[in-house]
Design a protein around this ligand. Structure first.
Ligand code: KIV
Length: 276
């Protein structure tokens, strides 16, 4: 059994230069599989909109969706640190509403921490949630909830000005008290500079190898989700093919009568004559 990663491990790992990994989950079975793996952290990301609910973007995901999916993940992964994503619309109306929604995530799901996308524009919100006693992970670079404003799912920080802005935002987030920062889709050299500029871990997704931790969507890395594959996704397994193979074998054995054999049947003799 692994020892559960804690809030204090984020800084400790950074200080000791120790890498770690984190992946997504949205249901009990996947959470329990990840719990048996060596991955330290699970994110119940709003990517559940695409991966589990078939939406075309994350913006339709609601607080109820995230709560519904975080609860079984917390149950399935008792030895893994669980972060729950604050969905679009749950923290952009007022600071009070954001704190209320962060409280709901913690109280109703038992997750360890919440994650919010954005920088300076939500800094007061982040501070208010932290002041309320909740650990927060930031998320900068490509922030999918603002993809329309950003002009699509594009690499961020590719000009010196925007790179400088990202570095300053990371420093600002650290000062505000976040325990780590997700950095999505930025050039490796910029990610390296950001990683060197803060004393909290930078959790990279599409941010190259110089960050403190790598993040991927589980269904991407295991080869389950097929709608599209971002450049930064490496397939570490081909589970979709294995699943289709298993399903087809079940189908074929059903049709040709090979399944079920006595091994998979209840074989007790029953005197059916006495039924009448
Ligand atoms: O929702 C999500 O899965 C995320 C990761 C891509 C970091 O935010």
């Amino acid at each position: 059994m692994k020892t559960k990663f804690t809030v204090t491990d984020f800084k400790k790992y950074k200080k000791e230069g120790k890498k770690f990994s984190f992946v997504t989950a949205y249901d009990y079975t996947m959470a329990s599989i990840i719990n048996e793996s060596n991955c330290e952290i699970i994110l119940v990301g709003d990517s559940l909109g695409m991966v589990m609910l078939g939406y075309t973007s994350t913006t339709s995901v609601t607080m109820d969706d995230i709560i519904h999916h975080t609860k079984p993940v917390v149950k399935g992964a008792p030895d893994t640190f669980v972060i729950s994503d604050m969905p679009f619309g749950s923290y952009n109306t007022s600071v009070e509403k954001a704190v209320e929604n962060a409280n709901r995530l913690i109280k109703e799901t038992g997750c360890d921490c919440v994650k919010l996308e954005g920088g300076e524009e939500i800094i007061d919100t982040i501070k208010a949630i932290i002041n309320g006693g909740i650990a927060v992970v930031g998320h900068i670079g490509l922030t999918p909830q603002r993809a329309t404003q950003l002009g699509g799912f594009k690499v961020q920080g590719s000009t010196p000005e925007s790179a400088k802005n990202l570095i300053e935002t990371a420093v600002l987030l650290e000062k505000a008290g976040v325990i780590a920062i997700v950095l999505e889709c930025v050039p490796s050299v910029v990610a390296k500079r950001i990683t060197e500029s803060v004393s909290i871990p930078v959790l990279g997704i599409g941010a190259g190898k110089y960050v403190d931790c790598q993040v991927l969507v589980t269904q991407d890395l295991l080869g389950m989700y097929n709608d599209f594959k971002p450049k930064f996704v490496k397939r570490f397994a081909q589970i979709r093919n294995e699943m289709i193979k298993g399903l087809n074998q079940f189908h074929d054995e059903t049709l040709n009568g090979e399944f079920p054999t006595p091994e998979y049947s209840f074989n007790k003799e029953v005197e059916l004559d006495r039924l009448y």
